[in-house]
Write a protein that binds this ligand. Sequence first.
Ligand SMILES: [Zn+2]
Length: 270
Amino acid sequence: MALLFTVQRTLVLAAHPDDDVIAAGGLIQRVVAARGDIHVVFVTDGENNPWPQRFIERKFFIEAGDRTRWGAMRRREAICSLARLGIGERCATFLGFPDQGIAKLARRGDMRLRDALRAIVEEFKPTLLLTPSSFDRHPDHRAISYFAHRAAPEATIATYVVHGSAPADRVAFRVELSDDEQRRKREAIECHVSQLALSRERFLSYAGQTEAFFKPEFDRVCVESYARERMTAWLHAAHVFFGIAPQVDSGVAPAPEVQEAARHMLEHRL
Ligand SMILES: [Zn+2]
């Protein structure tokens, strides 16, 4: 069944500064061009990002103050990136939850993130809520998916995968980017200088032709064990360090009526 929505009020949840542009840099441009409202919520500052920081700062031992400084820089990069996509700082909220610590919050039954997201949803009233997917390899992304689904059970939710892929039969809609949209998305990704230092090729590869979004995942989201979190975090790190290319597109088109309905809504129903 087609996912019925408009992008008139689009709320994007990003686990870390850069997930927004990687996953939805084209869709965000489309909403801006159609004069829709958009808001981006950064759940963490991406401050727990030791290898790029070691590389850039030439410092092996990263301490709390270093992480705070790094997180502040990543916020600035996110603002720069959003500006490239045509939206201002007032359209961004930084929640400051701990990077690499979201699954742990879920295991503890700490619902502060759910409550924060619920408050934002109640105020912004999104017609479309984009959240990371529980199919993503990164534990923070999956845990945020859990909290987002718990926070907004009535919202129209679509999910996105940054690390890994989701099954083709879960595609809800795709956005095909024009050359101009791809160029601007690439420029926005280039604002994330800290992330490009070690993974330039991998990062810029995200500025592809297609963005895929998936159906809601109420059937999948859950609280994960520590063992699963660590295992998948390790797998994710292995993919990043050994340069395995990201799979941002499942390569299989959704049913034509799904695609057509989404295209129609993106173009005409604002
Ligand atoms: Zn992320």
